[in-house]
Design a protein around this ligand. Structure first.
Ligand SMILES: Cc1cc2nc3c(=O)[nH]c(=O)nc-3n(C[C@H](O)[C@H](O)[C@H](O)COP(=O)(O)OP(=O)(O)OC[C@H]3O[C@@H](n4cnc5c(N)ncnc54)[C@H](O)[C@@H]3O)c2cc1C
Length: 382
């Protein structure tokens, strides 16, 4: 993928800069393109790291580029707090877009499949879910409670529903291609602060900060995730178990030749970047115990399931959830003149970036368009 750093005919066009080529920056960029005509606006995506998806090639991304390490599946969480309610609405919007993509863009990297969940110690909000409440909250259909005989030993609650799996690197690379094909501009840069983006071009009006963790926000922290990519290609369903001890076991098929993920840890505040062999053994044990729920085919013995790669990624988590907010600051121009810079923040998606992406992108792009239109003075110009 060529990363262009050129300005051609667009010097005079007002520009929006998006920092970040993760799932939040990419979906926001595409939503902005749909709202602002390229004849009168330039959109520039700036990032330190970019999506790549070359089957069989070793990944070369840092642990901080979360979007390359995600499973990824849609696994709804009951909307039992204000933050979860906000996220549930975003998830519902995202599922509508995934349904459209599965139908209209079948090679983009999203696959419709069945999700199966088991809980050893179900919290009240999971136990209280019904087919009606689940489907209303998520937009996902096919909710069905498992009979006791269908549960693995030790599990107290189980259910299934129609959901989506995303091959994260393939999907992100395809979103980036779409952005470029629609006239989007790209630049590789490691920025010191979101405010630095205003000096990248002469006519930057608004900057969107979709940098994952933000720049020094003390509410942000990593949630380390270790998983294992295996060759369990016969898995066609995503299965999740919330274990008695609070740990998680899951299987996520990465359709489009991406193997199958067995995971995974959720370690708030852990910066450890290397795979831990003890954790790996536990993940494989938990994953292999679930394989019979992930496929209708004969189940392979654990020793016959091969590891393709160990994965460690840092989920960009933020107390209070995603920050979507406009911030203004006085900036000094090249000739010393003062101007006000406007940044729209869009970071802190934690462990849910893919499943809430299009809902977040809608909200961020609408906010950014509003600020942008106010700044350039007139809606009729667009
Ligand atoms: C193991 C694991 C499993 C996961 N499973 C799921 C799942 O099943 N479902 C789900 O929905 N989510 C899942 N997630 C979470 C998901 O990956 C994240 O929520 C999502 O990727 C966050 O996207 P983002 O765009 O905010 O950040 P990122 O993907 O981290 O992207 C940040 C972007 O900003 C750029 N950037 C950062 N700093 C700078 C700088 N200084 N200058 C320039 N550019 C910069 C980066 O280079 C990158 O392009 C999982 C995560 C992990 C680690």
């Amino acid at each position: 993928m060529a990363i262009s750093d050129k300005m051609t005919d667009s010097k005079s066009k007002p520009m929006i800069v998006i920092i970040g080529a993760g799932i939040i920056g990419l979906t926001t960029a595409l939503r902005l393109q749909a709202q602002l005509p390229s004849s009168s606006t330039d959109i520039l995506l700036v990032a330190k790291e970019w999506p790549t998806s070359i089957p069989g090639a070793p990944p070369s991304h840092s642990v901080d580029y979360a979007s390359m390490w995600a499973g990824a599946h849609v696994r709804p969480i009951p909307a039992s707090t204000p933050q979860l309610t906000r996220e549930a609405a975003w998830l519902k919007t995202t599922c509508t877009e995934f349904a459209r993509q599965v139908e209209k863009e079948p090679s983009i990297g999203v696959t419709s499949t069945k999700g199966v969940e088991f809980l050893d110690n179900p919290p009240k909000d999971y136990a209280a879910q019904t087919k009606e409440s689940f489907e209303k909250e998520t937009g996902l259909v096919g909710y069905r409670r498992c009979n006791t005989g269908e549960l693995p030993e030790g599990a107290k609650l189980g259910y299934e529903y129609s959901t989506y799996c995303i091959n994260a690197p393939v999907y992100c690379a395809n979103l980036l291609r779409k952005f470029i094909a629609r006239g989007g501009r790209t630049m590789q840069r490691d920025l010191r602060t979101e405010w630095e983006a205003f000096i990248l071009r002469d006519n930057v009006k608004v900057v969107i900060n979709a940098s994952g963790m933000g720049f020094g926000d003390t509410k942000c922290f990593p949630t380390r995730g270790q998983t294992v990519v295996t060759d369990l290609v016969e898995a066609t369903r995503t299965v999740t178990r919330q274990n008695q001890d609070g740990s998680w076991s899951f299987i996520i098929p990465r359709f489009f030749a991406g193997g199958t993920i067995m995971g995974g840890t959720k370690e708030p505040g852990s910066w450890h970047a290397e795979p831990n062999p003890t954790q790996r053994a536990k993940l494989l044990k938990g994953g292999n115990a679930l394989t019979k729920y992930a496929t209708d085919e004969a189940v392979r013995a654990p020793q016959d399931v091969n590891v393709i790669a160990d994965v460690v990624g840092r989920r960009p988590t933020r107390d209070g959830g995603v920050r979507i907010q406009v911030e203004e600051k006085q900036l000094t121009g090249r000739d010393g003149e003062l101007r006000t810079g406007h940044v729209v923040h869009a970071y802190g998606a934690g462990g849910r970036g893919f499943e809430i992406s299009w809902g977040v992108a809608d909200e961020v792009s609408q906010l950014a368009c509003q600020v942008f239109r106010d700044l350039i003075g007139t809606k009729s110009k667009l």
